[in-house]
Design a protein around this ligand. Structure first.
Ligand SMILES: *Cc1c(COP(=O)(O)O)cnc(C)c1O
Length: 387
């Protein structure tokens, strides 16, 4: 099969009906003709599915495609991105271990570390992802280095080859959240990272109709997940959602290219707008991991000038709808002031790098000039220029 994602994502494994769209194998279990067949399967002499908490053919097809896209030996799908992230981390750490994590990580990943992992006796240190030297200096004695590039909200990138090599030399396992770049724009395993996790609810599904996750990696690390966390945490993906993901993935390369073309035009104009003080996106602020990106996404953060009315900005937008998440067909906006209110309470160690002057935008499939008009109107309402 071709290495080009466009070709890979159009062609499926043959199925018994030769249907051009794979069937949704909506079943909990699979039957055997004889006791001997069943015994052979349990001994690992055959690979046919047994029970859908383990393997399901529709989900397996999604896993196969993700593994190929990420240049991995195998992949495992989960019922959410957090299902994938927690299973990946719990396959690596044990009581007494320490984790080093980039500071501006996805907020619920931070909460997983601080609310749950600490109760299991695993401590996490948070370090600026742009500070490669400090990250490397923290590795001795650490079990896991957890990366996210670009990071949530601040869109900072990390030097993956350098960090992966340093971690490997210290026997530290590396995991990266690659949800924002997608395997179209970044393939972390080719830079030496051990495991890649995704919220498949975002660009991979692409139509805001699925919550799902996936982990991809080499055979040894995937064996640990299959042995320790995947079967017993039980956060398996449903066949219907596996099928929606296969459908969404077919257009992933085209969606990423289209959405970036539109985003680039908007970023260019926003950078010189009087109401905008900062545009946070790897194209504007490349950072240490810029060379790992072969393309860009349509997610970015704006900081408005002091005195601009953030509520008015968000409430004036009409095509950019107020909502969490991103990666679908629709343009979205979420103000940091809402995210911060929801955040981690008074004991929060980190601020996720955001202030109330920031707003995150996702550019969907709408016409670029329509979106620009929407942004211009909202910026004018938030920051009327003096006559
Ligand atoms: C949304 C998101 C997640 C969590 O994924 P879910 O599918 O919502 O569980 C993890 N990482 C990043 C970067 C995300 O944006």
């Amino acid at each position: 099969m071709s290495d080009f994602p466009e070709t890979l994502l159009v062609h499926d494994q043959p199925n018994p009906w030769q249907s051009v769209v794979p069937p949704i194998v909506q079943t909990s279990l699979f039957t055997f003709k004889t006791v001997e067949d069943m015994e052979a399967r349990v001994r690992g002499e055959t690979t046919r599915p047994v029970y859908s908490r383990g393997d399901n053919p529709t989900v397996r097809e999604f896993e196969r495609k993700l593994a190929q896209l990420e240049c991995a030996d195998d992949a495992r799908a989960f019922s959410s991105g957090m299902g994938a992230i927690s299973a990946a981390i719990l396959s690596v750490v044990k009581a007494g271990d320490t984790v080093v994590c980039v500071r501006h990580v996805y907020p619920d990943t931070y909460r997983f570390m601080e609310k749950l992992l600490v109760r299991l006796g695993v401590k996490t240190r948070y370090i600026d992802g742009c500070d490669t030297d400090t990250l490397i200096a923290a590795l001795p004695g650490t079990t896991l280095l957890y990366l996210e590039s670009p990071t949530s909200w601040t869109m900072e990138t990390q030097d993956l080859p350098k960090l992966a090599a340093a971690a490997r030399a210290q026997g530290v396992v590396t995991i990266i959240d690659n949800s924002c770049a997608t395997p179209i724009n970044q393939k972390p395993l080719t830079h030496g990272i051990d495991l890649v996790v995704h919220s498949a609810s975002k660009y991979l599904s692409g139509h805001s109709d699925t919550v799902a996750g996936v982990v991809a990696g080499n055979a040894q690390r995937m064996a640990a997940i299959n042995d320790l966390s995947y079967p017993y945490l039980g956060a398996k993906l449903s066949p219907m959602e596996g099928w929606l993901l296969l459908r969404g993935l077919r257009t992933l390369p085209m969606r990423m290219a289209w959405q970036w073309a539109s985003t680039q035009v908007l970023l260019q104009r926003l950078q010189s707008h009087a109401a905008v003080s900062q545009v946070m996106h790897p194209w504007c602020q490349p950072g240490p991991g810029a060379a790992c990106l072969t393309g860009y996404s349509s997610l970015f953060t704006l900081e408005l000038v002091a005195g601009a009315d953030m509520r008015k900005f968000c409430n004036t937008l009409t095509l950019f709808q107020l909502g969490v998440s991103w990666g679908g067909h629709e343009s979205l906006v979420v103000p940091a002031l809402v995210s911060r209110a929801q955040a981690s309470g008074p004991n929060s160690q980190i601020d996720f790098g955001i202030t109330d002057r920031m707003v995150r935008l996702h550019v969907g499939f709408e016409n670029t000039e329509d979106l620009w008009q929407d942004l211009q109107n909202a910026l004018a309402a938030a920051h009327p220029t003096q006559p």
